[in-house]
Design a protein around this ligand. Structure first.
Ligand code: UT7
Length: 324
């Protein structure tokens, strides 16, 4: 049995925040952001709009496109670093809204969260534990950004993407997934406060410990190397040459990281999917949002080989090779 992605869905909040608008919030400018990141605009959830709202819109769309009812689901996994609340899991909130009965849990693996979730879904299907699995990556990062920190507030944003996986015989589906972590570098991207190590206090709030902190430059260098390495691991494992790949969908963190990774892999940019210019870095949502757009644009033909690769907080990373 293989796990095949039978349908995708996505949702981005309607509110667009442009670089020009950011110029009014922090000491930055459109040309710096475009040159250093490739980002031109991003989507931001409106007040009251939550991660489970975004997850619901993306997940419901995937179910509708697949013609599958929520009651048919055997498992729901939501990858996120911005759950609605500590608990219950956002996946349980989503299960309730969809009207599903399946076991549901959240998974936190930074920007690699969606690939981790895909790997778990793949295992559940291959082992015969599940037939139909809904995997969602959803984030409202705008709520954990310090809007006075120009190092981070120009990068991160909100969105969601979903995949419905089904057990199928044959050659199509997820060929393999590959995961990795390096906790020793965890502090390169982290939120120091709000958890059991530094619970919320007036002092922690005053110091802004509940916001994302990132050592961007250091993260950048590691990201380029690891994204290329984990992509090669997937290709080698399946004995696939880079020339056979129809599309590479890398985590959309920074256009320069994507270009440098493509160069290392000798993958022409025409076969690399990019939407970071319109959405910024949406962490767990980045890959499924890009995958859904690529599918809707008709960029992925049946039987085409598609490689997903991601990297982020943890540090954690992963890749998945798919025969569409
Ligand atoms: O999601 C997965 C994990 N995240 C990533 O993969 C992100 C990885 N890192 C990056 O994308 C890049 O490192 C950044 C986009 C964050 C920064 O680009 P950079 O080329 O590495 O810049 P830098 O951090 O070396 O900073 C260069 C200068 C600094 O000024 P000084 O110290 O040289 O005077 C920054 O203060 O740019 C300054 N700077 C800004 N200037 C205008 C930083 N942010 C901004 C800004 N606008 N928004």
């Amino acid at each position: 049995m293989r796990a095949r992605i039978v349908a995708t869905g996505s949702y981005a909040p309607k509110k667009v925040l442009t670089n020009k608008e950011l110029e009014r919030l922090v000491d930055t400018d459109d040309s710096w952001i475009v040159e250093r990141t490739g980002i031109k605009e991003r989507r931001i959830a409106v007040e009251g709009e939550t991660t489970s709202d975004l997850a619901y819109n993306a997940g419901q769309q995937a179910l509708e496109r697949a013609g599958v009812g929520a009651s048919q689901l055997d498992l729901i996994i939501v990858a996120t670093v911005t759950p609605d609340m500590f608990f219950p899991a956002t996946a349980c909130l989503l299960q309730d809204r969809l009207g599903a009965k399946a076991p549901s849990f959240d998974l936190s693996a930074g920007c690699a969260g969606f690939i981790y979730a895909l790997a778990m879904a793949d295992q559940a299907i291959r082992s015969g534990q599940a037939n139909k699995v809904l995997v969602v990556g959803a984030e409202v990062l705008s709520r954990i950004i310090n809007w006075q920190d120009r190092n981070t507030c120009v990068l991160f944003a909100d969105g969601a993407g979903a995949c419905l996986l089904a057990a199928e015989k044959g050659d199509r589906g997820i060929l393999s997934t590959h995961l990795g972590s390096d906790g020793s570098n965890g502090r390169l991207i982290h939120i120091p406060g709000g958890g059991s190590a530094q619970p919320v206090t007036q002092e922690s709030l005053d110091e802004g410990l509940h916001y994302i902190r990132m050592q961007g430059n250091e993260t950048f260098k590691i990201a380029v190397r690891i994204l290329a390495d984990i992509s090669l691991v997937a290709l080698k494992h399946n004995n696939v040459d880079i020339s056979e790949l129809s599309l590479l969908i890398p985590h959309q963190a920074n256009l320069r990281i994507i270009s440098a990774c493509a160069k290392r892999l000798r993958m022409p940019m025409e076969r690399v999917y990019i939407n970071v210019d319109r959405y910024g870095n949406t962490s767990s949502a980045s890959i499924p949002l890009a995958l859904d757009e690529a599918v809707q644009e008709g960029r992925i033909e049946e039987e085409a080989l598609v490689l997903l690769a991601s990297f982020g907080a943890g540090l954690s990373w992963g890749s998945a090779l798919i025969r569409w």
